[in-house]
Design a protein around this ligand. Structure first.
Ligand code: NAP
Length: 504
């Protein structure tokens, strides 16, 4: 089945065109025209979301769960067409996108189950103490309520799982918040067909039409108008530090500031401790595989490996180099991301602080892997070496001692993940590093690689700035629903007005 996009926005259940259009820039296959988003269209979508809020917030958890399940079903019903246009637009292989589609529908169904169970409401009741001295205590009941309409920015690197009906959208809808999506211009056709699936689910389950909108991009004003619209109460974003920071600042400068949940990526350092370094060959090869997965375009890409200097470090570098030399250039998500990768490689190449281990030229929209190494002192002397280069670029930092490793760990800015390769013989150093890394990262893992983020109850995909703009939150897993809820305490409420979720 071939899907030909009509190129319109989805607002209040209607497909809406426009005067101006932009052409998609697929990695392969035909380009299509899409209507450019405008601040006026954003305002219409926000008004519809606001109008739908009361009714949507009042739906039962059972009905919202059925809606989420229906979106998952409608995505599955369009699976072949989604994969066809998704692979064309993103250049990602079909196998990867199929996995991402399963992850997307899995997320929707996980949130459906999560809200059916109701634990997320975090209900707490303090019984009244009428005889307490010196003053009686009233009855207090707290529950989590939806914050209001939420803006979601589609992410270039996850056209399905972090975009139109991805994790942010699933979490917000589960919470009872209408969603206005700003489509990413890297995959507008994929956004359109997924929006079509959401609309079908709205119609099937009788939800208010305003609960979901898709505004295509093509103009920076779209994102600005969306985060500054007074009806929007929170924002979910995955993307660059510069873009995320600009939008975060706009949210903070509003007359009514709102939370901006930006996931901005990191270098995800991996520390290879001395005893574990006996496995240097295996770790080096595994690191290279993680580094090049999806052309290195994962937020959890482990860009930096810190290794104790010596023969084991030499073996790790050799194993990584041998594995990277086997990796052919891969298509990147957009021309812009490919250009940013080339610039990152050039910056690394110009630095006197690093030595090139294996370099290969990247041309056009392709990225070839690159590997560099440096010492602890040189690394700590140049801040830019700890910055993310989005793509398959690795840097090995040779530490001279455990104290060096601690200095390096302390020096990192906030990270999504930090990894320890450790064996029993490393216990003392591992225990010293653990609290340092836990202070820096949202997820600390042992003896694995950070790419491949489980969608689960205990997952945290976030971390101190600049990994994210909100260290108290995660953008993956069921805890991510908390971003779109706020606690409301009901004091001494008579039974006849008690919300159903608080009764009993
Ligand atoms: P991006 O430039 O941050 O764009 C993400 C979204 O935000 C797009 O919809 C973009 O709109 C919008 N936006 C960005 N800056 C804005 C501004 N000042 N005002 C209003 N809207 C704004 O990210 P990207 O296009 O996905 O990729 C660019 C770079 O981001 C990559 O090279 C990579 O370094 C990084 N990145 C990191 C991650 C990660 O998880 N770490 C993921 C993806 C990308 P437009 O489309 O109109 O520009």
């Amino acid at each position: 089945m071939t899907f030909t996009p009509h190129g319109k926005h989805l607002i209040d259940g209607q497909w809406v065109g426009g005067d101006r259009s932009f052409a998609s820039d697929p990695a392969h296959g035909p380009a299509h025209d899409f209507a450019v988003g405008t601040p006026e269209l954003v305002a219409q979508a926000c008004a519809a979301a606001d109008a739908a809020f009361d009714a949507f917030a009042a739906t039962t958890r059972t009905d919202r769960a059925a809606f989420l399940d229906a979106i998952a079903d409608e995505i599955e019903a369009r699976a072949d067409a989604i994969i066809e246009i998704g692979t064309q637009e993103s250049g990602l292989p079909a196998a990867r996108l199929n996995g991402e589609r399963g992850r997307t529908t899995g997320q929707l169904r996980l949130f459906a189950d999560h809200i059916r169970k109701g634990d997320y409401l975090d209900r707490r009741v303090d019984a009244a103490l009428p005889d307490r001295q010196p003053a009686p205590r009233p009855e207090l009941r707290v529950i989590q309520l939806p914050v209001g309409p939420v803006a979601v920015f589609g992410a270039s690197n996850f056209p399905l799982a972090f975009s139109t009906a991805g994790g942010d959208t699933a979490a917000a809808l589960a919470a009872g918040c209408p969603v206005v999506v700003k489509g990413h211009s890297a995959h507008p056709g994929t956004a359109e067909i997924v929006a079509e699936a959401v609309l079908a689910a709205i119609l099937r389950t009788g939800m208010p039409a305003g609960v979901f909108a898709l505004i295509q991009g093509g103009d920076r004003k779209v994102g600005e108008a969306l985060v500054t619209d007074p009806r929007i109460k929170a924002v979910g974003f995955t993307g660059s530090l510069a873009g995320g920071r600009a939008l975060f600042d706009l949210c903070a400068a509003r007359p009514e500031p709102i939370p901006f949940f930006g996931e901005l990526g990191s270098v995800n350092p991996m520390f290879v401790l001395p005893a574990a370094a006996a496995r240097a060959d295996e770790i080096g090869a595994g690191w290279a595989a993680s580094l090049t997965m999806g052309a290195g375009q994962f937020c959890t890409n482990p860009g930096i490996a810190v290794v104790m200097d010596g023969p084991d470090a030499d073996r790790l570098v050799a194993a990584a180099r041998a594995a990277l030399e086997q990796v052919a250039p891969q298509t990147m998500l957009t021309q812009g991301i490919a250009k940013a990768y080339r610039e990152g490689v050039e910056r690394m190449g110009r630095s006197n602080a690093v030595t090139a281990v294996a370099t290969s030229p990247s041309e056009g929209r392709n990225a070839a892997p690159n590997l560099y190494e440096t010492t602890a002192d040189a690394f700590l002397g140049e801040d830019h070496l700890a910055e993310e280069v989005f793509g398959p670029l690795g840097l090995v930092v040779r530490a001279a001692s455990g104290a060096d490793m601690e200095r390096i760990a302390r020096g990192f800015p906030g990270q999504l993940t930090a990894t320890l390769q450790t064996d029993a013989g490393d216990a003392e150093l591992a225990r010293r590093l653990l609290p340092l890394l836990a202070r820096k990262a949202g997820r600390v893992l042992a003896n694995g690689f950070p790419t491949g983020v489980e969608v689960a109850d205990a997952m945290v995909h976030g971390g101190p700035y600049p990994a994210s703009t909100n260290f108290g939150a995660t953008s993956v897993g069921t805890l991510s629903i908390r971003r779109f809820l706020r606690p409301v305490c009901f004091q001494n409420l008579p039974d006849y007005m008690m919300p159903a979720d608080l009764a009993g």
